[in-house]
Structure formats: structure tokens, C-alpha cells
Design a protein around this ligand. Structure first.
Ligand SMILES: Cc1ncc(COP(=O)(O)O)c(C=O)c1O
Length: 367
């Protein structure tokens, strides 16, 4: 029986091999491994691709968020940052590592994106920033979040770690705030072969300070001018990212095609509910809500089909965030979603026949 993994990166590596080999040769010929020409070139190319003026390469997506908060001066426990209860724990861990306190908002029932009305209700006089997440590749309601952030004079930091190449109403995400954080974890729409991340911004002063904040607060010397961290994108990872970047739009189109196929194949299945997506989504993950979710996953695993859950526990109920003051029942839509959601296999170059087999087996489970 042929196994179907959640993600298969091999075809992406194969089609880009000449480019990344060329970049690696260039890097080895210089023997320069930290903040050299590969990272500088990637920062320019990535900024252009996402429609930003600048990009600053950092060590992880978590660090990208943390550095945005540090740049905005949000480093005190009394400062609260409102984010989604349904996201990777790293979103809120970045708030803790910056020194601030996460506060959680519920999600919209249909799209599972952070609910801007609930986020507004959770804001207090301590609210120092909003950190909405573009979950599963779908930009959240940026018009509302921008208005909310402006009204409260609080910075808007966008967690775009799952949304490489996504635009909101056709406009680059950096038009809505000066802080857009990306992760290059290998399975992302644009991933490297280890950890990596970046912040995109249109503001030269923000880019300059972020470049210092990721590098010990230094400006190409040995003098630290601010409390900062060490979290730089490696030259090695930039070699791969520069090879993958020109394919991002094509890979996103592939993801969208597969997601649309799953939509058509699963829409009418009693026991399943589709998660609402707009055309601007870059379909990082294909997530459905499933009755008897864990049994469905067992059934698929027996047929060699891997699935995942993004995410099984809402953040306000995870031990790391127990100080947030919210108990079970406080964010009912996120809590219910965590019991029902399942992510189906999806990657660029996934064979249509594999997607058909997944959909067939899901339908068979509910028959
Ligand atoms: C929504 C979201 N935010 C933040 C992160 C953290 O990124 P990284 O793993 O690169 O630190 C991730 C990835 O895991 C993510 O999916």
C-alpha cells in the first residue's frame, strides 16, 4: 500500500537542485557563513516578492515576532498583546520571550481566523499590541485590525508565518502595518532546510533597528547599543530560500488547486464541515472540521494516509499560558474547533490521484 504523507518536500528539492547547488558553491567559495551576500540578496528578493520595501532575515518565525515586539518597545509583563487562541504556541511564546503578556481572543466560527470583534472586547488599557495570525494561509480581517490598532494607538504585528505570498484585497500585507513576521520552517509555503524567518516592513528605520536587534544590538561592530538577541538567518538557509523563492507563486497556485479539489470532493459529505477560505488564501494547510475526528484519523492511518491537527489544544488551555486567566469554556469557538479540526495531506506537486485517494477514503469513512 502506497503511503501518503502529510507533506513531501522531495519534489521541491529536486526541481530546484541546480539553483541551490549553484548558491551553495558560491557560499563555499567565499567561506562566509553569517550575514553575507546570500542573506543580503535573499532579503532583497523576498521583500520584492511580498511587495515590501525591506526584509530582515532572522533565525525563526518565533524570533521574527519577538523582534517586532521588541522593536515596538513591547518588553514588559504589564504590556498585553492580544492574539488568537487557535494558532501555533510559538505565536504566544514569542510574546513571552519579548517580555510581555499574551491575551487570547476567540476565532470566527466559519473561517477559524481570529475574531476582530472578540479581540476588541479583550482589549484593556494594558493592551500594547495586536498580533493577529493569518491562519492556514488565509489573511485575517486586516481592515478591522488596522482600525482597531489605530483606535487604541497599539502596533499591529502580523503573524504571517503560514502566509507567504498572501495579499489582502490584492494589497501587500506590509501596507497594513510595519511588522509582518514570516517563518521558513521546512513545511511552510516557503521553507528552508532547518529554521529560518524574516520580518517584512516598508519602514527604513524599523528595518535598520530590526537588523541590529537580531544581531546583539550591534551595527557591524562589537558594540551592543540595546538589549537584543542573537537570531540571524544563516547563509546556508538563504542559499535554499533563494532557490525556492522564484517558485513560490507556482507552488501556491498548486496548493490552491489541490484545496479547491478537496472542497469539491468533500463539500457534501455528511459529518464534515469545510473551513471558509477566500481566494486570497495561499492554502498553507487544508483543514476540515470532522465529526468523530480521531476515529477518522485512525481510519485514514490504517490506509497509509497521514493527517495532523493544527491545533489540538487552544492556547489559553496550554500549561505555558496558564497565567492568562482564561478557563475552559472562555473561548468556546476555538475550544470546539480544536476538537473537530483535521489537516489533510497537501503539498505542491502532490499527485491528483493521491488527493483523490484521500478524498475517497474520507468519504468511505462517513458512508
Ligand atoms: C502561525 C505560526 N506562528 C509562529 C510560528 C513559529 O515559527 P518558527 O517555527 O519558525 O519559529 C509558526 C510555525 O511553527 C506558525 O505556524
Amino acid at each position: 500500500m502506497k503511503k501518503i504523507p502529510m507533506v513531501n518536500l522531495q519534489p521541491l528539492l529536486d526541481v530546484t537542485a541546480p539553483q541551490w547547488r549553484y548558491n551553495l558553491d558560491e557560499m563555499f567559495s567565499r567561506a562566509h557563513f553569517i550575514l553575507g551576500t546570500q542573506v543580503a540578496a535573499f532579503e532583497r528578493e523576498f521583500a520584492a516578492e511580498v511587495g515590501a520595501k525591506f526584509a530582515v532575515g532572522v533565525g525563526t518565525g518565533t524570533a521574527a515576532i519577538e523582534l517586532c515586539l521588541r522593536e515596538a518597545g513591547i518588553t514588559d509583563r504589564k504590556q498585553e498583546v492580544v492574539t488568537s487562541a487557535l494558532t501555533s504556541p510559538f505565536t504566544a511564546l514569542a510574546v513571552l520571550t519579548a517580555g510581555a503578556t499574551p491575551r487570547f481572543a476567540d476565532v470566527e466560527e466559519g473561517s477559524l481566523q481570529i475574531d476582530c470583534v472578540d479581540a476588541a472586547c479583550r482589549a484593556t488599557k494594558r493592551t500594547a499590541a495586536f498580533l493577529p495570525v493569518h491562519l492556514y494561509g488565509q489573511p485575517c480581517d486586516l481592515d478591522h485590525f488596522r482600525s482597531l490598532a489605530r483606535a487604541l494607538k497599539a502596533p499591529l504585528v502580523q503573524d504571517a508565518c503560514q502566509a507567504h505570498g498572501a495579499r489582502y484585497k490584492g494589497r501587500p500585507l506590509t501596507e497594513f502595518s510595519p511588522y509582518v513576521a514570516y517563518s521558513f520552517y521546512p513545511t511552510k509555503n516557503l521553507g528552508c532546510l532547518g529554521d529560518g524567518g524574516a520580518v517584512a516592513t516598508n519602514r527604513p528605520a524599523v528595518a535598520k533597528r530590526l537588523a541590529a536587534l537580531r544581531d546583539g544590538g550591534r551595527h557591524n561592530d562589537q558594540v551592543s547599543r540595546m538589549a537584543a538577541i542573537n537570531s540571524r538567518l544563516d547563509e546556508l538557509q538563504a542559499c535554499y530560500l533563494r532557490a525556492f523563492l522564484p517558485r513560490l507563486a507556482e507552488w501556491n497556485a498548486d496548493r490552491r488547486r489541490l484545496a479547491a479539489f478537496y472542497d469539491d470532493a468533500l463539500r457534501d459529505v455528511a459529518g464534515l464541515r469545510l473551513v471558509k477560505r477566500w481566494p486570497c488564501s495561499v492554502s498553507h494547510l487544508y483543514v476540515v472540521r470532522a465529526a468523530r475526528r480521531d476515529k477518522l484519523r485512525e481510519h485514514l492511518a490504517k490506509q497509509g494516509i497521514m493527517t495532523a491537527v493544527h491545533y489540538p489544544v487552544p492556547l489559553h488551555l496550554q500549561p505555558a499560558f496558564r497565567d492568562c486567566g482564561l478557563k475552559r469554556g472562555a473561548l468556546p469557538r476555538a475550544e470546539k474547533a480544536c476538537r473537530e479540526i483535521v489537516s489533510l495531506p497537501l503539498w505542491p506537486y502532490m499527485a491528483k490521484s493521491d488527493a483523490e485517494r484521500v478524498a475517497d477514503r474520507v468519504r468511505a469513512f462517513y458512508r
